[in-house]
Design a protein. Structure first.
Length: 182
């Protein structure tokens, strides 16, 4: 099991974390404890934990947060998970987060296709990978200042192209200490 730094304020017990890690390692992505822990981590903006579970499973995972702050989870393959708005979710979606376990944080062809399709209904997106999270904001739904964009024309011209934030900086920015309790 991998320890989760600064986890004392999370609504995840050590036992739940251990069970989630075991389920992820076994690729039991429908395990209720794994899904519950993933949901709790998403609610707390603890994307490091979501990424760790994805790395342990060796599979991409997706988190979609709708207009009512409902969280929808999905697991894909080792190389793909797509944006799939579930029945009952309300638009505009606030955030789509997905992982590239053990690979670079970048917008793949599948990702940019999803961002193009989501240009009218998705506010922000993030890919979790190495060296850390990469963000993009949709200027057609969110007020932003001057930025670089994913394209000069078409739907991707609405999406910012931001550099990945190294995980070490992400921890600093989010006031998370790197000590893991034994």
């Amino acid at each position: 099991m991998i320890g989760l730094p600064d986890a004392t304020d999370l609504d995840v017990t050590d036992e739940e974390w251990e069970l989630a890690c075991t389920a992820a390692t076994g690729r039991m992505v429908d395990d209720p404890v794994l899904l519950d822990v993933q949901r709790k981590l998403s609610q707390a903006d603890r994307w490091d934990g979501v990424y760790v579970l994805s790395v342990m499973a060796g599979l991409e995972t997706s988190v979609l947060i709708d207009a009512d702050d409902q969280i929808f989870l999905d697991w894909g393959t080792a190389g793909q998970v797509t944006l799939q708005p579930p029945v009952g979710a309300r638009i505009p979606f606030k955030l789509w987060v997905h992982t590239h376990p053990r690979f670079a944080a970048y917008w793949s062809g599948t990702d940019t296709g999803s961002l193009s399709l989501g240009a009218a209904i998705l506010e922000k997106a993030m890919v979790l990978g190495q060296p850390g999270p990469k963000h993009s904001t949709n200027q057609s739904l969110v007020d932003i200042e001057q930025a670089e964009y994913l394209a000069d024309e078409g739907p991707l011209s609405q999406w910012t192209d931001e550099a990945p934030v190294p995980w070490s900086q992400w921890y600093v920015d989010n006031n998370i200490t790197l000590e893991v309790e034994a």
